[in-house]
Ligand binder design. Sequence first.
Ligand SMILES: [Zn+2]
Ligand SMILES: [Zn+2]
Length: 251
Amino acid sequence: MGTGEFCAACGRTDVELIDGICAECTMDRTTLVRAPKRFNVVVCPTCGARRVGSHWERSGSSRLPTGEDLTPALEAHPEVGIRTVRWEETGSSALLHQYIGRVSLRFRGIEREVAVPLTVKVDHHTCPECSRKSGHYYTAQLQLRGPLDGPREKAGTLRARLDAQWDELMREARADWRTAISWREALPEGWDYFLVNTMAARSLARLAQRRLAAEMKESATLYGRKDGQDLYRVTICVRIPPSRREAAGSS
Ligand SMILES: [Zn+2]
Ligand SMILES: [Zn+2]
């Protein structure tokens, strides 16, 4: 300032310049906030919980998207500080909702409001908690875990690893084994898969044993009687060690 320099875009001389351009002009030429083309919100139709990554939260929320769902979709320029966002619904069909986000932001000391359009698809999935409460039917529970004597793994890392190995297994699994899987739950110690077919659960566990050097242990619990017969649910614990490739990479 005061050196006779001027903004290459607007010619002002009384403002601070970065790369020869003032902040106002930089703002005009920069995408300050953007939203993805399509954004999904997964809602449990029974309790309103949201699926965020692999877990569920905010049970009891509105079934319709709220600011809490929409604002995380925004991607801001690294120098932008978002102060507030006001969402206005501009249109909706059964599952698609259109919004305009009025974003109040700050960039290099200057405040501005930017309008960001966002289209949201709402997916309805019953959450594990509601599945359980509704007596969702299953006959076998497959517990994916790390090895008992293996290195300690953080919950997120462990689940991601088991997930990748499970995906690998799914490519080899028979279609009827895959369709026997009703739902799954994320736990700190791994994943629980709930299946409607005990034979399919055993087959998947054996496949993990062969392909991933997993250890399996089966137990049964009595959960009721039907037509004079005891009903059992089978729990199979499958302990999957890290693959050799991963084990080599981490050492
Ligand atoms: Zn300028
Ligand atoms: Zn629910």
